[in-house]
Design a binder for this molecule. Structure first.
Ligand SMILES: Cc1cc2nc3c(=O)[nH]c(=O)nc-3n(C[C@H](O)[C@H](O)[C@H](O)COP(=O)(O)O)c2cc1C
Length: 375
């Protein structure tokens, strides 16, 4: 090998071996082999009953073989009424357990960890559009849930957690982001109730807190409970960064194991996304890094994962070294390169995903198994 190449190669491998990205990290009692997380990503390919198909199990095998430390399974509906889209997997019936158990076994065979993301779609349900308040959009209308129905949903989260444990998952992630039911309750745009579930922030976060407490009561103390939450809905009069800091602080104080920061809720507008950016040049690709810094300051003792836009090894290292996040979370890059962690470890400087979003276009979503359509 040419002398310069040898020098470059050895400085590159030194850099990589020094990077804490590839070192183990503890999330409560759960030790993960590195700082990489596959953010929840629906494969939109389960059968009509929400039972996962073999293609999905094989995808999780590839991800685990590719050495991603922590995998969050694509969102699972906790009740039939909470189903978000065709092809979504469910965890609302014991019939779901058998295949999910196969999936967790494949992941564990590669010594990887897997978390179940639990969700209710609320006003975006394909079965029964219902949320905190009546909501009217182009071509559809959602009704308001009664207080009894709200308590039933909280209980359904608890029942789903018992099936999650029976399926062999290593923990739970509550889906509190992206405009689904929990995020709808947090948003003053979607939640216009004037009872104990709406109005001030304390009331709007009650649904999330009740779900957290219900889950906590159903699992043993060493099972990690995580939350994916918006830093900002990016909508006029929706959930803001100031509110997100307060909710994050409150839920972390209850003993949350890991907070994953995302963004975008009911009424989102792309042009408002830039307010979440960091002014630090090394962090610009991590599109929510500015807002994440504010949440981090209020929740420092709780491990934090950051998602959205992160692609380069350089930015990943900067996020850890500058103490913005503990865990690097990605979705689309792992659709293209399930073995991305191995590649980064071997010196590939960045993910080859260009965020084209062809994997979520109407032509493919729920019509075929999830895959990258870039080439
Ligand atoms: C095909 C696809 C499916 C997704 N499914 C989920 C999901 O089930 N739950 C969730 O919280 N986010 C879901 N997301 C969002 C991702 O987890 C992630 O927040 C988002 O893609 C931004 O991260 P990225 O830039 O690394 O892709 C999905 C994204 C894609 C592209």
């Amino acid at each position: 090998m040419h002398a310069l190449a040898v020098k470059l190669y050895s400085s590159c491998t030194n850099y990589i071996s020094m990077s804490s990205l590839f070192k183990p990290f503890k999330i409560g009692a759960l030790e993960v082999p590195n700082r990489f997380m596959r953010s929840a990503t629906t494969s939109y390919w389960s059968d009509e009953q929400g039972i996962i198909r073999p293609d999905i199990i094989s995808l999780y095998g590839k991800l685990s073989k590719g050495q991603v430390g922590l995998i969050v399974k694509g969102h699972l509906y906790i009740s039939k009424q909470g189903k978000a889209h065709e092809g979504q997997a469910g965890i609302c019936s014991d019939e779901h357990i058998l295949k999910l158990r196969e999936l967790t076994k494949v992941v564990h065979d590669y010594e990887c960890k897997i978390i179940a993301q639990l969700n209710h779609a609320g006003i975006y349900s394909t079965v029964d559009r219902a949320g905190p308040s009546e909501y009217i959009s182009e071509g559809w209308k959602a009704r308001a849930l009664s207080s009894d129905e709200i308590y039933e949903i909280v209980e359904s989260f608890g029942d789903a957690v018992e099936r999650t444990m029976a399926s062999g998952f290593d923990g739970i992630q509550i889906h509190g982001a992206h405009g689904y039911l929990i995020s709808q309750f947090l948003s003053k745009l979607a939640n216009r109730r004037n009872d104990q579930w709406g109005g001030n922030l304390e009331n709007r976060m009650r649904f999330l807190v009740e779900i957290y407490d219900e889950i906590k009561a159903r699992v043993s103390s060493n099972v990690p409970i995580m939350l994916k939450m918006n830093c900002d809905d990016f909508s006029w009069n929706g959930f803001t960064i100031e509110e997100s800091v307060k909710v994050a602080e409150a839920i972390c104080n209850k003993g949350l194991s890991l907070l994953e920061i995302s963004g975008g809720g009911v009424g989102r507008q792309n042009k408002l996304r830039k307010r979440a950016q960091s002014h630090d040049n090394e962090l610009v690709e991590a599109t929510f890094a500015g807002h994440a810094t504010k949440i981090r300051a209020a929740t420092r003792s709780t491990p934090m994962a950051l998602v959205n836009g992160i692609r380069s090894h350089k930015c990943m290292d900067a996020l850890i070294n500058k103490d913005i996040a503990d865990i690097i979370s990605m979705s689309r890059p792992f659709i293209r390169e399930p073995n991305l962690v191995k590649k980064l470890k071997n010196g590939q400087p960045e993910a080859t995903c260009n965020s084209c979003d062809a994997c979520i276009s109407d032509e493919v979503f729920s019509k075929m198994m999830l895959r990258c359509h870039l080439d």
